[in-house]
Design a protein around this ligand. Sequence first.
Ligand code: TYM
Length: 382
Amino acid sequence: MGEDKDDFVVTPWKVEGIIDYDRLIEQFGTERITEELKDRMYKVTKEKHVLLERNLFFSHRDLGWILDEFEKGNKFVLYTGRGPSGKTHIGHLVPWIFTKWMQEKFDTTLYFQMTNDEKYFFEPHLSLDDVRKYTYDNTLDLLALGFEPENTYIIQDIEHIDLLYEIAVEVARKVTFSTVKATFGFDNSTNIGSIWHSAIQAVPAFLHSWIYGKKTPCIIPCAIDQDPFWRVTRDIAEKLGYYKPASIQCSFVPGLKEGGKMSSSEPMSAVFTTDTPKMVKKKVMAAFTGGRTTVEEQRKLGANPDICSVFKYYNFIFMPDDKDLADIEKRCRSGDILCGECKQILAPMMMEFLEKHQAAREEVKDRVDEFSAARLRDELRR
Ligand code: TYM
């Protein structure tokens, strides 16, 4: 679980400390994305993606196999999701942006799971009304990225349980309490909904194969915190006659404060997609940087972008041009630019990004039903 002797913790519900991603890969048993794998992807996509190029998507399970199958004409489906426990922050958008790119370039279907049940089980302060409200609200963020209904199915666990239940019971019979206890750290005080959730989160990886009666490869783009679910899912997949789902995993967009990932539980550290320009500015101006204590020192010795949250934002989303990024890094290290000035560059970039995103949210407000997985019921009746 990433706990033991390490000074960082990564579970699907808690991410803390300064993460050593090499150690995490070792603990989780995933693999690094190699240059060779990137090149194989680019052979199909015909263009590079900044999140791969900068190794922000850095880890995988069976990506090579997914590409082998694709080359043989055996197309995969994509599966990703969201636990609707609050507002979406810009960290959540990163795996969705990458998923959108994969969907377009590989011309394939996406199953997107909204685990409103998971959040109800795990977050005692949330009511069913709350998780439903956030499901709708978070769906707007997903759709604002430009997904199209023809090949995108949003599964809301509670509302669409009839589509999931048969596979869920198959999975649940194969997964023992001892496995989920060891994987997720559950104990006797854990509610049984949380234990059952491991079965439900496995289902969309098999849904396409089950509906169409044809074993279909599936790859899951997400941040690496979700990997424990895929370990459980992969363990039982073949026993049920499905392929093991592959995955492609990113690191965490950090919070604006020191250490840790961007997390909704730290409102001043997270930038939410619905934040006003004023709020964004306030958060960015209070962000943790790698600056020195005095201006004189910084001019003389330079600052440290390696630990700076502002620089990490340029790297993840806001400076896709490598030349711009290298330039700001040089200016930072040489003391040519001060942290306050650097924040004044990031804040308007973020505000512009959010302004566009918020306008796109408005545009999709009445289109949510078009994406509903309820349409799959018709496929089952055929
Ligand atoms: P959730 O809602 O915690 O997170 C949604 C997605 O965002 C990723 N993520 C991040 N990525 C980059 N930087 C961050 N700071 C950051 N924080 C979260 C998560 O890895 C995830 O990809 N149980 C899941 C919902 C789910 C799911 C899935 C997610 C169901 N099926 C399949 C991914 C793939 C959850 O609560 O995600």
